[in-house]
Structure formats: C-alpha cells, structure tokens
Design a protein around this ligand. Structure first.
Ligand SMILES: Cc1cc2nc3c(=O)[nH]c(=O)nc-3n(C[C@H](O)[C@H](O)[C@H](O)COP(=O)(O)OP(=O)(O)OC[C@H]3O[C@@H](n4cnc5c(N)ncnc54)[C@H](O)[C@@H]3O)c2cc1C
Length: 341
C-alpha cells in the first residue's frame, strides 16, 4: 500500500512536477504518463525534471518503499506491453534497472561504511591536495561562479530546486574532481547539503565513481562545453539560470570566452565583471587530470587490489571475476564494472 499521509515540501520552480505532490501520486503519474519520455528526456536539463520519476526524496525519506515502487513499476510495464506500447514498457524497464542500482549502491555502503570517507581503491588516497586553500574554488563551484555557463546553470538550478538529473549530477561532480582537481570529499559534502534526496548509500559511491577513485570504473571526464551544446543547444536552460549571459546569441552562450571583448560588450557582457572569467582552461585541465588518474594504474599491487574490489562490489551479471592472477596481457587494465552509469 502506498502511504497517503501528507506531501513533501519540494522546492519549487524547476522542481514543479514534484512540488507538493504526494509520493503515491507522483509515482502514479510517472507510471501512467510521464514515464513515456523517460529514456529520451532523462538527461535533458529541460525535460529531465518532468520525464524522470522524481521519487528519490520520497525513497530517501521512507515515504515510498522500494518494494511498492518496484512492484508498481513491474505491473505498469506489463500493462503497457500488453497494450503494445513497447517504447513505454522499455522506458519502465530502464526505470526498474535504476531501482536495482539503488539497492546495489546502498549494499556497497552497508558492507563497507568507511567508504563514506575513504577511497574504494587505496592507491587514489592523497592524489588530490586538500586544505583550506581550496575553499575558494569549492565555493565558486558550489555557488555557480566557475565561468562555465552550463556548470554554473546546473549548480544554480540545484540550489533553487534541490534536484538535478543524473547526467548533470555526474557532470558537476566530475568537473569539480577533474577540471578543478578537487578531492571528492568536499564537493560531495556540498552536494549532500543541496540534494533534497540525499542518500549516503548512493551519494558517496557515486561521488567516488565520478571522481575516478574506485579502481573499477573508467574515468568519465565530461566536457562542459560539449554537454552544454548537446543538452541545451538553444541555451534555454542557460538563459534561465545564468541571466547575465541571456543577451548573447546561441553561438557564444556556451563558451563566452571565445567571443571578442567588443562583441561581448555590445551584448552586455564583460567577463570578470558581469560574469566570472572561467576558472581553468577546460581542455588542458582535462588532459592533466586524465594523465594523473591513469598514472596511478600501474603495478601488480594496483591491479590485485582492483580485482578484489571488483570481486566484492562489482556486478555479478557478467559472472564472477577469475580468482587466479590476471595474465600479463590483462594486467594493462583494471577489471571494469559492467554498469552503464
Ligand atoms: C554525484 C552523484 C550523487 C548522487 N547522489 C544521490 C543521492 O544522494 N540520492 C539519490 O537518491 N540519488 C543520488 N544520485 C543518483 C541519481 O542522480 C538520482 O537518484 C536521480 O537523479 C533522482 O531522480 P529521480 O528520482 O527522478 O530518478 P529516476 O531516474 O526516476 O530513478 C528512479 C530511482 O532510481 C534510483 N536511481 C536512479 N539513478 C540512480 C543511480 N545512478 N544510482 C543509484 N540509484 C539510482 C533512485 O532511487 C531514483 O529515485 C547521485 C548521482 C550522482 C552522479
């Protein structure tokens, strides 16, 4: 039975689908209609807020149980399949997979609660510097003042609504970890404060994955300009959350530093004055980060530890990893988890 008592006071605006909706009604509207565009819309900064289920805060706070959610999703999937709505049924299949991921992640932290504070793979401990000298960078990132419009729009939208879709969470975490080279703990702490759905069991393993410190996942370094162009080509989301740039034509709104100074001035923008100059050159920062992350991946001890992690925490779908030592050719790469996050 879905609990009917009361509604969760979600922050409004971008979060309007979820604002004030009772958990059961929110799930129902997703399974009956909104979930139709789940696969297509989940990563979009514009459609994601409506196409995703938006039940995360209710699961985190216990207003919805995993069992009732999963069973309702399976029933809806069967119904849509019987009605020949194949795409809708497939979308709900993707949704059910994510419910599995949730349990998988929570189990990881349950098994090893220390993962909240230390890297899954110890070779990454101390890789990035920590200390009060980084607070300015962390604050600029958390407040949406990095000078990268899409990153800033995501962080400002998160601050206003308490929610971001998965792709945007991954990108902001990765940007902080790779481009700004921040230790994962501080940004993870900032995000935990901002998410209305903060759930340690998902949050810390995800923060580690997006920072490349697990030893069993590929480092995914999102290009913030490409993400911006792909996900918000007409700059609608950018103009909503970074109004300082609203007057810029689409060509330059994704990367204003490419525009000549006179041109920017004619459109009411002065970098460093009306909108921050970018904190780093994202291309060279990404290159350096990649080298540093992959530089750690060498030696028997590294790969032995990676295999142990895969054995304990990895997916069993692809079968258990071999227990014997890897052959020489396989030593070049750590075992990869099979999840397509
Ligand atoms: C750095 C980072 C931190 C995150 N921190 C949290 C957190 O604190 N709390 C939280 O609930 N989710 C977290 N996520 C996972 C995911 O982004 C959210 O679950 C999702 O965006 C919530 O919106 P929704 O309920 O509409 O999700 P939907 O896409 O509708 O998914 C339904 C449910 O499946 C689960 N789920 C979805 N995606 C994932 C995933 N990748 N891993 C594990 N479970 C998933 C969630 O419980 C979610 O409510 C984090 C992701 C990243 C990259």
């Amino acid at each position: 039975m879905m609990r009917r008592s009361g509604s969760f006071p979600m922050r409004a605006r971008n979060g309007s689908v979820a604002a004030g909706r009772k958990p059961g009604a929110l799930l129902k509207s997703f399974l009956a209609e909104r979930g139709r565009s789940y696969r297509k819309g989940m990563s979009s900064p514009l459609d994601g807020a409506r196409s995703c289920s938006r039940i995360s805060a209710h699961l985190a706070l216990g207003c919805l149980s995993m069992r009732e959610t999963y069973q309702a999703a399976l029933r809806a999937q069967l119904r849509w399949r019987a009605a020949d709505a194949v795409a809708f049924a497939q979308s709900l299949g993707s949704f059910s997979s994510r419910l599995h991921w949730r349990c998988h992640f929570m189990q990881k932290l349950e098994d090893e609660p220390e993962l909240q504070g230390r890297e899954l793979h110890s070779a990454y401990a101390g890789l990035r510097p920590v200390g009060p000298q980084h607070e300015e960078l962390v604050a600029a990132w958390a407040e949406g003042r990095t000078g990268f419009p899409f990153v800033d729009a995501c962080m400002r939208s998160l601050r206003a609504t308490g929610w971001l879709n998965f792709r945007m969470r991954s990108m902001v975490m990765a940007f902080s970890s790779y481009h700004l080279w921040q230790d994962w703990r501080r940004p993870a702490q900032e995000l935990a404060r901002l998410f209305t759905d903060f759930e340690p069991g998902i949050h810390y393993p995800q923060a580690q994955m997006q920072s490349g410190v697990t030893g069993v996942n590929l480092a995914r370094i999102y290009n913030p300009v490409k993400q911006s162009r792909d996900q918000d080509p007409a700059g609608v989301f950018l103009r909503r959350w970074v109004p300082e740039l609203a007057g810029l034509p689409d060509d330059f709104i994704h990367e204003p530093w490419r525009a000549p100074r006179d041109y920017l001035l004619r459109h009411g923008v002065e970098l460093g004055i009306t909108y921050p100059a970018r904190l780093v050159d994202h291309e060279s920062a990404a290159r350096q980060a990649r080298e540093a992350i992959y530089g750690v991946r060498r030696g028997d001890a590294y790969f032995d530890a990676a295999r142990e992690i895969q054995h304990k925490h990895g997916s069993r779908k692809a079968g258990l990893p071999p227990t014997a030592k890897p052959r020489a050719r396989r030593k070049a790469r750590p075992a990869q988890s099979t999840f397509e996050f």
